[in-house]
Design a protein around this ligand. Sequence first.
Ligand SMILES: [Fe+2]
Length: 125
Amino acid sequence: MTAALERGESMSLAGADFAPQHREILDALDEVLSVHREGAALDRVSAALQQLATVTQRHFETEDRWLADTTGASHAPHIQVHRHILDYMMCVRRDLECPDCPCMLPQLRFLDYWLTTHFAQSHYT
Ligand SMILES: [Fe+2]
């Protein structure tokens, strides 16, 4: 996680303070990575991934409403990206149940990279 994210910078945009939701998501992400790293049972990893998806979906719903209210429909691609990453999260969670699926670490690292990058960018302009 970047120092800026830890300090909550670059998260307040045009009156919208997304820092608490971003913090909640990054905490959930840290929990997923932690339980995976410690080799926890798959049901714990799955529950942590579900929690990550739940808080991420709640944030994206808030952000999507904010984008629609403040900017209109011009950010439809951004909203579509939110849907794609949520779908990906749920695919990763479903893959946990597949005994033939390879190690989850690359997928979890991708989620870590994507979420931290997405939150650190000023992506509303
Ligand atoms: Fe976004």
